[in-house]
Design a protein. Structure first.
Length: 90
């Protein structure tokens, strides 16, 4: 089955709360590849690739994030897979 990729843009209190590290652990549990990185405007960008069920499960988790976070919005865009080998934080 072909991989699907989604770019998630998460806003709210999502930096300096361990959001990227927690996202990496969730993605690895779901067998997703890609990355999570902080953006200069205070959002976190997550690029994830894998099967649709895993991506939907990640979206559900991103909507609340780790306990220290306060997610206001998660925007999603389906993108062309970049074929990342692992999931990393940047």
């Amino acid at each position: 089955m072909a991989a699907t990729a989604i770019q998630f843009m998460i806003s709210g209190k999502v930096q300096q709360v361990g959001f990227r590290a927690h996202t990496q652990r969730q993605a690895e549990r779901l067998n997703l590849t890609g990355y999570a990185r902080n953006l200069a405007d205070g959002r976190v960008e997550v690029w994830a690739e894998g099967d649709r069920d895993g991506l939907q499960a990640l979206l559900a988790w991103l909507q609340h994030g780790p306990i220290e976070a306060k997610v206001d919005e998660v925007m999603t865009t389906e993108v062309t897979p970049a074929r990342h080998a692992t999931f990393i934080t940047q």
